[in-house]
Ligand binder design. Structure first.
Ligand SMILES: Cc1cc2nc3c(=O)[nH]c(=O)nc-3n(C[C@H](O)[C@H](O)[C@H](O)COP(=O)(O)OP(=O)(O)OC[C@H]3O[C@@H](n4cnc5c(N)ncnc54)[C@H](O)[C@@H]3O)c2cc1C
Length: 389
């Protein structure tokens, strides 16, 4: 079999790239290790930058997002027993973010792909990438039968644990990593959110985040030890801990209820350079991971897709190589700014083993400066809504 581009992974980056390429008549096959249901069952990101929404519009997959997504023009920082609102729109000339779950984004893109009759092979086992310095091809097994797809390019959109980054020549790859000494315990519950907007809380017991997926579905997180176990957290224990870390008024607005998803995610910053090896491109989590504190993971995946799509479009329409050759450099420039922002938000809001009373006061001083200085608030707002492409 032959196609123009093999995309490995049907997460948001693979699906979005496939849909944009379909819009200019470029043929793709997506190979996905898991089942469709498994991919849709993963609860992850939920805050979309305006640029991500625009890309989804360009891909023709934003109708439900516009009908059901919640535009947010601000966030609140909670410390010192009070909420301090950052007016994102006022500080960035009217920009906002949209709350819409990654699961829904994935669903919409999968529906578009299926409606257009584009090929996705789910439960593709043993995906292996070959010859991406010459005439690339990808092999995989499905239901015990081996297959081979020849192609012009391979897009490695298969996340942190995927095969694509591991296929890059080890000597050509440089990685940068920071592990944070804690995780996030996340809970999803069918209850109205405590606040209209997201609340990021710095508290001496640890960080907490009040987020949501809709007006009736809430997503809450509390910082927890790295080696903590979900089974140790009953719903009652979670709700009690969450409320203790919030200002009294916000805690009183938390509606509790049975959780229907509860998980612990480790926090890590990771970048692999470069993101381009011959005819193989790394995209999204395959190349970089950020802690979710800055709400950047999914948005960075979309920004990689934007740069790669532009390069591939120039290649197929004008026979120009310059866009794909500049891909890694352009994508990484934006990646590192988001890595810095996510690291900074994480550092300012969490309790580290060595934070102590001194560190807690320093964090509170920084937060106080941040909410009272227009320059500092603007810097946060610009990064949160998404830096220019
Ligand atoms: C637990 C968790 C919580 C998160 N929370 C947030 C959040 O709150 N905010 C935020 O902005 N970001 C969050 N993120 C990050 C965000 O979800 C990712 O940045 C985003 O999913 C990246 O999309 P992607 O398409 O690049 O990779 P993925 O979504 O990881 O998709 C990769 C796909 O490739 C498939 N795959 C893997 N290996 C193979 C293989 N060998 N062959 C074929 N297919 C393969 C996988 O099954 C998967 O479907 C979270 C991530 C995790 C893990």
């Amino acid at each position: 079999m032959r196609t123009q581009i093999v995309i490995v992974g049907s997460g948001p980056s693979g699906l979005l790239l496939g849909q944009l390429l379909a819009g200019i008549g470029v043929e793709t096959v997506i190979l996905e290790r898991s089942s469709r249901e498994h991919v849709l069952g993963r609860v992850r990101a939920g805050v979309l930058e305006q640029g991500t929404v625009e890309l989804l519009e360009e891909a023709g997959a934003a109708a439900r997002l516009h009908a059901e997504g919640l535009p947010h023009s601000g966030i609140s920082l909670a410390f010192d027993e009070r909420l301090h609102r950052i007016d994102l729109a006022a500080l960035t000339g009217g920009k906002h973010v949209t709350v819409y779950g990654q699961t829904e984004v994935t669903h919409d893109l999968m529906d578009k792909r299926e409606a257009a009759g584009l090929v996705t092979v789910y439960e593709a086992a043993d995906v292996a990438l070959h010859d991406f310095d010459g005439a690339p091809f990808v092999t995989y097994a499905k239901d015990g039968v081996s297959h081979r797809i020849d192609c012009d390019f391979i897009a490695g959109c298969d996340g942190y644990h995927g095969v694509s980054r591991k296929s890059a020549p080890e000597r050509a790859l440089k990685t940068f990593e920071r592990q944070y000494p804690f995780g996030w315990l996340g809970v999803l519950a069918e209850v109205p959110p405590a606040d209209r907007e997201l609340v990021y809380a710095n508290h001496e017991r640890g960080f907490a985040l009040c987020s949501m997926r809709s007006t009736h579905r809430s997503r809450y997180y509390v910082q927890c030890p790295q080696d903590d176990r979900v089974e140790a957290w009953s719903d009652d224990r979670f709700w009690d801990e969450l409320r203790r870390r919030l200002p009294e008024q916000t805690a009183a607005s938390v509606t509790t209820g049975p959780s229907f998803e509860k998980s612990i995610a480790p926090l890590r910053s990771f970048v692999a350079e470069p993101m381009h090896f011959g005819r193989l491109f790394l995209v999204g989590d395959a190349a970089h991971i950020v802690p979710p504190t800055g709400a950047k993971g999914l948005n960075l995946a979309a920004s990689d897709v934007r740069y790669l799509f532009a390069g591939l479009r120039d290649f197929y329409t004008d026979k120009s190589q310059s866009g794909i050759e500049a891909y890694s450099q352009k994508a990484l420039a934006r990646v590192w700014k988001a890595v810095r922002f996510s690291w900074w938000m994480t550092t300012m809001l969490h309790r580290f083993p060595d934070t102590g009373d001194f560190g807690q006061r320093i964090q509170e001083a920084e937060l106080d400066y941040l909410v009272h200085s227009q320059a500092a608030s603007t810097a946060l707002a610009e990064n949160y809504v998404g830096l220019p492409w």
